[in-house]
Design a protein around this ligand. Structure first.
Ligand code: ATR
Length: 273
């Protein structure tokens, strides 16, 4: 029997998840159907319950429901709890399990696909919202020399240092405090680029050989990637690999089979120009 999966969000029409999971299923011979569901803004929980009561096996969750997905789970993972957000759900009897694979997707893309090791390196996350929150532990697990978070609202970055104090010593502050510092891996996890805005990044922020990574995908050169390019950075990446890698983690979690991500990343990539 075909097992049913879906992604839930609002809006959802833009989601690449059905395409990604269909490609994974075909390549691995898994008999699944994966659709997109637009939940009403005030009806996320009801949508999830109806899906599972109807025999659905697993869900991906996207904006703006990731926090609610974590809250409604009976068994959120540590990653989901610390991120305060979940992007994957599965049902097991009366238990609802929640995971957050965004951070591990980012780390797998940076290390495996882009070939930039994190261990011993200086890593900077720009932004202090949910995207950064989800990335902190998976990056920390790789043993960077420094993990820093800079945000327009410095207080929000400091809040993260406090929330993760039991796990690691985050370096946090505003963009002005980055002056004189250089990093090997710099990840833009803000939504600034979506409105075309550049971040006030000081000169010298990118160390020689640095990777500039924008979590946004499919937009070509974003304002952040342009800034990096102008600063002489050769290694530029958008978030398409992160998107496909987090999907692969969910696929393994649901099906116990690891799909090859490379052909799907290649299919979805748009040139960074
Ligand atoms: P997400 O869950 O995707 O991370 P979010 O929680 O709304 O989204 O966080 C958005 C992030 O983008 C925040 O760090 C925000 O900075 P503030 O905390 O100061 O609001 C950042 N951001 C959004 N627009 C920005 C801009 N024009 N310049 C700098 N940072 C911006």
């Amino acid at each position: 029997m075909t097992d049913r999966y879906a992604v839930v969000g609002h809006p959802i029409a833009h989601s690449k998840s059905p395409l990604i999971h269909a490609a994974f299923a075909q390549a691995t011979g898994q008999d699944i159907a994966y659709t997109a569901i637009e939940a009403p803004l005030d009806g996320f929980e009801a949508t999830v319950r109806a899906f599972f009561e109807g025999g659905g096996r697993g869900l991906n969750v996207t904006l703006p429901f990731k926090l609610q997905a974590c809250e409604m789970a009976t068994d959120p993972s540590e990653a989901a709890r610390l991120a305060g957000a979940a992007n994957a759900l599965k049902i097991d009897g009366d238990r609802l399990w929640a995971e957050n694979f965004d951070g591990v997707g980012l780390v797998n893309d940076i290390q495996r696909n882009l070939g930039h090791a994190i261990a011993g390196k200086r890593v900077l996350l720009l932004g202090a919202g949910g995207a950064t929150r989800g990335a902190i532990l998976p990056i920390a697990a790789q043993g960077p020399a420094v993990l820093a978070v800079a945000n327009r609202t410095a207080a929000k970055a400091h809040e993260l240092r406090h929330d993760f104090a039991a796990q690691l010593a985050l370096q946090t502050g505003g963009y002005d405090e980055l002056a004189g510092e250089a990093f090997d891996v710099i990840v833009n996890a803000t939504s600034a680029g979506l409105s075309g805005e550049a971040l006030p990044l000081p000169a010298g922020l990118f160390a020689p050989g640095a990777l500039a990574y924008d979590m946004v995908y499919g937009k070509g050169l974003t304002p952040f990637l342009r800034q990096a390019q102008a600063a002489g950075v050769a290694a530029l990446a958008d978030g398409v690999g992160m998107l496909v890698e987090q999907a692969a983690e969910a696929f393994v979690w649901w099906r116990g089979v690891r799909p090859d991500t490379r052909p799907v990343i290649a299919q979805l990539s748009v040139p960074l120009v």
